[in-house]
Design a protein around this ligand. Structure first.
Ligand code: ADP
Ligand code: ASP
Ligand code: MG
Length: 456
């Protein structure tokens, strides 16, 4: 059931300074008809997660200067709180920051004494970033008479134990979210990025995971919209840091946005779209610093959008990836040979991004290097295997990618620029086309294709 509520998410740059947080507050306070903001999900202040990781690493190495970094991080949060707050709000928040940093200090001291940290330890350390920013925003809103409460997402997002990139248990999570929001009707300020196992260990959802947290909460509540507020005015035709002529795409289908996010468009965490798509909740991507811009709306199904969109909408790439080529005469016979190969990848929990096949061979790309040696050892029992590193996957999305002649023109243009292409694959409903190039050619390929298809 759709309810008259929405969930907002503010990223690291939006939470990055007192000035930015003031802007965040003005967006939260802005009336939006009869739609109430039920939850605001926040990232850590810009750069803080990276600093926390560095601190844990340095603490585990001998005589490393992590203490200075910890003090600097504490000062950054104190300064922000002081700039935003006064009176008892300030006093209380500074006490909370002090409490969190003394706790963090003791955790990091443990790491430094042990000279090591586990993935579970790192997730716990990383969780401080979102806890700090969410406390500061809660206090700043309360100080402006916006009634709200701090909510540590540990209480509502239930995951497995894959620390660093935990998988969400949607059954338990949806139940916990609904139960919590039933009891707490006022605005909840939720820590993005973090969750917990059923026995209470803190986990994280993968770097950039606060987008995913917002989608999980919005979908569970049957919200009218999930708004991802960031530092660009929507999903763009290409990464604006690489292609200066990139422009905002006003509308995308869930499927198109999911492909873009999966194949490297950092503006959305790859898993964000799935919960929203399952429940049909529209996702908007908006700019905190230009709130009047219309942004990108991700909504209709691809089949519907395609009726009025016949262009290549956006391009992205993911790198580095490695390509594994497997060949064997056994492919001729079928007999579940392909299934046996995929089982090996599954056994090592290594996901495959692109697959191409011929009569006697299959090629796949993977991003995760961790188990490649073991996988290759297993596959070598079935056929000849070779591995090529330093590759990139280019992905184009839009109703036009499988139009007559588009693929041909794409590869001709790349050929003219001496960019070799391999492993071409088209998604069956025509949402996307992916292919593999050398990592060193990826940026050039992106620029060339953007010029040809999007700038016109
Ligand atoms: P936040 O901290 O708000 O989550 P991120 O840095 O994670 O922000 O994501 C926003 C950034 O994503 C933009 O500043 C931009 O540099 C980058 N980006 C990469 N690809 C795209 C794209 N196709 N459209 C928009 N932004 C993109
Ligand atoms: N703070 C986390 C990160 O930097 C999560 C997020 O920003 O979405 O990865
Ligand atoms: Mg992000």
């Amino acid at each position: 059931m759709m309810r008259n509520i929405k969930v907002l998410k503010f990223g690291g740059t939006s939470m990055g300074s007192a000035e930015a947080i003031r802007q965040v507050i003005s967006i939260i306070k802005k009336p939006s008809g009869n739609v109430k903001v039920a939850a605001v999900v926040v990232s850590a202040m810009n750069g803080v997660t990276n600093q926390l990781i560095k601190i844990a690493r340095l603490a585990s190495a001998k005589d490393a200067p992590y203490k200075k970094m910890l003090t600097d991080l504490e000062h950054q949060h104190i300064k922000t709180a002081k700039e935003l707050l006064s009176g008892t709000h300030k006093k209380k928040t500074l006490a909370r920051i002090d409490e969190l940093f003394r706790h963090l200090e003791s955790v990091v001291l443990g790491i430094s004494r042990l000279r090591e940290f586990s993935p579970a330890g790192l997730d716990y350390v990383m969780s401080f970033g979102e806890r700090l920013s969410a406390h500061i925003l809660t206090a700043a809103l309360n100080a402006q008479k916006v009634r709200c409460e701090y909510l540590n997402a540990r209480h509502i997002i239930k995951t497995d134990e894959r620390f660093g990139s935990a998988a969400v248990d949607f059954k338990k999570t949806d139940k916990a979210i609904r139960a919590h929001f039933k009891k707490h009707e006022i605005l909840q300020i939720v820590t993005g990025f973090i969750g917990a196992t059923t026995d209470g260990k803190t986990t994280t959802l993968g770097r950039g995971g606060s987008d995913y947290s917002a989608a999980i909460v919005g979908a569970a509540l049957g919200a009218k919209a999930i708004e991802i507020w960031t530092d660009v005015s929507g999903i763009m035709t290409a990464d604006p840091r690489l292609v200066c002529d990139a422009k905002v795409v006003p509308e995308l289908a869930f499927e198109e946005a999911a492909e873009l996010a999966y194949f490297g468009a950092k503006v959305l965490h790859p898993k964000t779209i799935l919960p929203a798509m399952r429940k049909g909740v529209p996702v908007k991507v908006l700019n905190t610093f230009r709130p009047a811009d219309t942004g990108t709306t991700i909504v209709s199904s691809f089949a519907e959008r395609r009726r009025h969109s016949h262009t290549v909408e956006a391009l992205t790439f993911k790198s580095p990836v490695l390509a594994i080529h497997i060949s064997s005469p056994e492919f001729f016979d079928g007999n579940g040979f392909m299934a046996r190969i995929f089982e090996i990848f599954d056994l090592y929990r290594t996901s495959i991004d692109v697959v191409t096949t011929s009569v006697t061979s299959v090629s796949v790309t993977v991003e995760d290097e961790k188990h490649v040696r073991s996988i290759v050892r297993e596959i070598a029992k079935l056929g000849d295997v070779s591995v090529e590193r330093g590759k990139a996957i280019i992905c184009a999305v839009g109703g036009g990618v499988n139009a007559a002649g588009v693929a041909g023109r794409m590869f001709t243009v790349l050929g003219e620029h001496k960019i070799p292409v391999e492993m071409i694959s088209q998604e069956s409903s025509g949402v996307s086309m992916t292919f593999v190039v050398e990592e060193k050619d990826a940026k050039k390929a992106l620029k060339v294709l953007h010029k040809e298809y999007i700038q016109g």
